[in-house]
Ligand binder design. Sequence first.
Ligand code: ADP
Length: 614
Amino acid sequence: MAASLVFRLHDRGPEVVREVLLERGWEEYDEEEQEEEDWNLYWRGSAFRNSEYHNLWPWQRLNHHPKTVGITRKDCLARNLRRMRATFGSALYDFSPTAFILPNDYTRFLAEYNRLRVTRGPSVYWICKPVDLSRGRGIFVFEDIKDLVYDCSVIVQRYISNPLLISGYKFDLRIYVCVKSFHPLTVYIHQEGLARFATEKYDLSSLHNLFAHLTNTSINKLGPFYKTEKERVGQGCKWTMSKFRHFLHSQDINELLLWQRINNIVTLTLLTIAPSVPSCPNCVELFGFDVLVDVRFKPWLLEVNYSPALTLDCQADITVKKGLISDLIDLMNYTLTDSLRERAYQRQEYKQPCFHANQPSHATPELSKAKETKRKRSSGHTSQTLPLLNPLQQHEKRTQRQSRQHASVPAYRRHLLPVDLHAARGRIINTTATETHTDRTLNLILSPRSGTDVSAVNRRTCPALAPWLMDSRSPHVSEVTNRDDTETEAETDASSSIRDIPLRGQGFRRPAASWKLPDIHSGTHRPAMKKGQHVPPLRVGGFIRTFPFNAATLRASQHHLDVRTVIQELHKLTAQLATSEEDVRRDTSAGEDFDSLLWGPKDPPLLSQHFKPT
Ligand code: ADP
């Protein structure tokens, strides 16, 4: 039987990820019973270590790209946006409130504070936020500089004092952004998201009242009016994005321009770090962009969250986050099972049954090392309680575990494979579960157009990977998703990746950076091909591709990201949007390009389907 997919959660969370994956038939990693590499997805809220990126196996994925702190820490974001503004002008980069990083920028802040005091009078407000805290901790709003007190690194930002209000309540939007890949830059925004409300009416005469000025759930949950039925907002402090959109429609507000501006903000923000993020195709990232909309419908970027909260506090959370995680898994394009991982282990076990503590192993250096570590870890106290198992016992144990898990899955799910569930809901996922395992398996390691002699590289850099991956005569049938049968797939630029991540002394594996994830679609969902380029699908579940958004940006992102060209395209787009978004839609030549910037363009969700009046 082919192996179930296995997920590994750091620190036992988040629960919604576990729930979604178990429902889809995945197994949870058990470190007592499984080998260290025996998992397909490792999810953690905090950053992975460098070694964890370097040591990835082809069947493994991580939920973070390396080095994204440039947008996820408040001071880094402020610095990067300032740099982009200086390079590309403030016309595009005008979406984040002016910010100063204190104490360093204190003199500059003072000058600006005094300048505005003279030109605008006292009614200019500021917000002070510790650079490395989240969930509203340590934040305060002030008008007079004498109230600015801080004892750690903070950013002081212009306070957007004219927010759009709903029945007098301030809110912001949590936009979920998935960066499928930084090389080439491929970005999806989820149609669902959250509107997060303050729980007391907005009032500039009470700046100290955090329940009126901050929209963080962790703050408002503690407020006296959290459970109260608030005018129009209702109980609690969250709406789904669908409900918010319904509200916009009910007010006759044309939301398209707003969403396009938000898309632009996301792209422009990601451009600040995209060229410097190392290529790691086995990673995806889910960012939470916090956006405040002012009375003129201008969206402002407040911050970017590295690990957006996935707790399920209320019905809106359940509706949004379960679907979001499920779509994210679809975007990662796993098939139902992973026989590559299974076969690696089976072969290992049956060919090398002697990785037991008392016998030397001839297994691959890395597997041996992992097993050795594991053995050392357990030998101190578990040699009696946890006997080492022979391959047959291991197999039995695994089967028992699988049947236990199987038993815990509701009957109707046991018979409905996850792929069918999603296909039925119109999602794009890989439905070709079988593929003859031939030399082509190697393509998952090297990009097809890397211009590199695959076998030579493998001989040079990963001799020990060869035994099972290089076996071109293998009679086995593969169900791996890490395959690449698209000759025109964008090159992952193996050469630069190799430069990014130095090869290890033993040269056991190719660096993870040069591995390539498969297409996220197959069969009938094959992407359109444009002059030999691979176009990522426009939509995967609720995720809509927002970058690349036209042929020019597709070209500009295929090899080394050409930021200038992308910026030019965004300039053009913004200019066109400014004239009229209706023109954009009518202009047939631009139509196809710009369609993808619209919110759910090809298959817009019916609000009536999403919104259930309470
Ligand atoms: P945290 O990481 O602590 O959540 P944020 O930057 O998201 O920090 O700020 C918390 C909340 O404060 C936001 O959700 C928003 O309601 C409010 N806020 C932050 N910055 C501004 C600003 N410049 N103008 C108006 N409100 C702001």
